[in-house]
Structures are given as C-alpha cells and as structure tokens.
Design a protein around this ligand. Structure first.
Ligand code: NDP
Length: 307
C-alpha cells in the first residue's frame, strides 16, 4: 500500500516509516521541512520514499491508500500562553488541512483509511477512575484539545474509514516523554515524580506502531481505539523499574516544583494521570508485544537501558 504520513519525522512517525518501508510499502512523508526530513530519511537508507512539503501534500494524498496523521507541536514542554495556543492550533490546523485535501479528491482516488492520533488526555485525570473508549471526556485543557482534535478528524468524508487512536505515554529509547524525564530522574536519585500515586497509561513504541499499522490494513479497526498497554501502573512502579534499568535507587521522590520548573504547566502530563484500558484493541484481537504480569518491566526487554 501507499501511505502518506504527517508528523512522520517525529518520535512515533520515524519508527512507523521504518516499519512500512521495511515491509515494502510506499511511504510519503508530509512535512513542513523537506531538508529536515531528508536528513532523517536519507535516500540511501530509504530508497523510493517521497518527501513532500506543502503544496505537494495534495498529490501525495491523491496517490495514497491510507493517511496517518501524527503532527503537532510537542506537549511535554513548558507551557507559555503562546505554546498552549500552538499545542491546540497546530493539531487542528494540520488535521483540517489533511481532511480538506482528502475530502476534495474525487471518489476514485480518495484514500480509503485515515488513522489520526489523539491522546488519553481526552479523559481528563483521576487517581480512582478507570477509563475505556466509552468513557466521557474530562474538563481540563488537554481534554479540550483532544475533543477538538478528534472533532476535526471526524469531518473526513464518510466513505473513508477513520481510526482515532487515543495514545498513552509512549515509551522508547530514542525520545518521547522518557527523554525529558530521565535527566531529572538522575539528578533526584531516581525517585517518583510527584506523589507517585498518579496513574501512568503507557505503551511501548513498537506496540503503538503495530497498532497504527494494523489500523491501516485491517477494516475492523474503526472509531476510537485506546493506544495503551493493558496494564497501566502507578507512577511509583514505573519509576522503580526505570530506577533498576538506570542503576539508580528509587526512593527519593522528585519534588513537583522541580518538574514544574522544567515543564511548567506541561508537568501535568506526568504529575496527573489516568488509568486507561485498551478495551477495543483487545476486542479486535490486537496482540501487545509489551504487556505482561511483569507489569511495566518487559518494556526494557528491547535492550533499552542507559546503563
Ligand atoms: P513528535 O513531537 O515527536 O513529532 C510530531 C511531528 O509533528 C514533528 O515531527 C513535526 O513534523 C510536526 N510538528 C511539530 N510542530 C508542529 C507545528 N507547530 N505545526 C505542525 N506540525 C508540527 O510527536 P510524537 O511522534 O511523539 O507523537 C505523534 C502524535 O501523537 C502527536 O500529535 C502527539 O500529540 C500524539 N501523542 C504522542 C504521545 C507520546 O507519548 N509520544 C502520547 C499521546 C499522544 P514536521 O516537522 O516534519 O512537519
């Protein structure tokens, strides 16, 4: 198949492109910066890959069977009023653009599937509730962002199969939330961030990529699908495992203030959490590579370590 991907140069996108390319699918990288994307996907390593800047997105989408929409300014950063606005606007802007391009195409050349990212922030935060795809949305800022992001994607032509993946915190060795947390974790001797009681709905990078891949090719994947591992953990447990991997003890809590200095309001992404279960993915028979009685421990099996 031929797949166009926004946000392909990001943490999840890069791994998705590698997977699709390795399986001989054609990939169109829809980016704001061709020169950046060409460095990430050198033609020697990725022969045949198409890198498109606007206004070439239109032709790329026209020639695709599927579209994956991952673009958005990073969330785990210090939230100034301007960044907060951009967190929402960047997602709505790119999603609207993609939807307009898809909807404007004649039926005969329209992609048949759109897989669009959203986040578990949709549900708001809670230390006690358990959320699945049927749960209502929360009432904080991130919930509002996710609602509007999803509502924009839902405007896609009704003949296009839409899978909205509510992604949890993605764990992988080359970036994402962990890359931000680890330096703090090391400074503060590896204790939990905040109270440690907050829920942490994680998913391994390989699993979120597999889920998106499956959603592209399997017609049963439609509507909202939580992209989280089946065993969310309390944050203290996550830190204990990370402490073991990093060779740091995990008993001294990282104070909230330290995290807020680094991340500002964005600290809420790790200081407040939600327990989200992937009910739909399990119903669909999706097999998680990283999910077991060992809790989050199996995540580190792919050789990620930092020792
Ligand atoms: P990244 O931050 O790594 O990459 C996102 C991509 O979005 C970038 O490579 C960039 O592509 C594009 N982008 C960045 N800023 C802007 C902007 N201002 N306007 C338009 N496009 C922009 O994201 P991830 O790979 O980590 O995540 C992919 C999606 O999944 C994101 O939307 C994210 O919110 C969501 N998600 C991720 C989670 C995680 O733990 N990683 C958790 C929950 C949701 P380019 O420069 O090529 O245009």
């Amino acid at each position: 198949m031929t797949v166009s991907i926004t946000g392909a140069t990001g943490f999840i996108g890069r791994r998705l492109v590698q997977r699709l390319h390795a399986d001989n699918h054609s990939v169109h990288v829809l980016t704001r910066s061709k020169s950046k994307a060409e460095l990430i996907f050198p033609v020697k390593e990725f022969p045949g890959i198409v890198i498109a800047e606007e206004p070439e997105w239109k032709d790329s989408i026209r020639g695709s069977n599927g579209v994956v929409n991952l673009a958005g300014v990073p969330i785990s950063t210090r939230w100034s009023p301007e960044i907060k606005k951009e967190i929402k606007d960047s997602r709505i802007r790119v999603t609207s653009k993609v939807i307009d391009l898809i909807n404007d195409l004649p039926d005969s050349v329209r992609p048949t599937v759109l897989v669009s990212a959203t986040a578990v922030g949709y549900y708001g935060t809670s230390e006690t509730q358990v959320f699945d795809e049927q749960s209502p949305s929360g009432n904080d800022y991130l919930a509002e962002v996710c609602r509007e992001w999803e509502a924009t994607a839902l405007k896609v032509n009704k003949d296009v199969r839409l899978a909205l993946i509510r992604i949890g915190v993605v764990l992988g060795k080359d970036g994402g939330a962990l890359a931000k947390m680890i330096p703090l974790f090391m400074v503060f001797a590896g204790g939990p961030l905040g109270s440690g009681k907050q829920w942490f709905s994680w998913i391994h990078l390989d699993d979120i990529v597999n889920l998106i891949y499956e959603a592209l090719s399997n017609p049963s994947y439609k509507g909202v699908i939580n992209g989280t591992a089946p065993n969310p953990v309390r944050f203290a447990e996550m830190c204990e495992h990370l402490g073991n991997v990093l060779g740091r003890p995990s008993w001294l809590p990282v104070p909230d203030f330290a995290l807020k200095v680094v991340l500002g309001e964005g600290a809420s992404v790790v200081l407040d959490g939600q327990r989200v279960l992937p009910v739909k993915a399990k119903e669909l028979g999706f097999t998680f590579k990283y999910s077991s009685d060992r809790g989050i421990g199996g995540v580190w099996d792919d050789g990620w370590g930092g020792r």
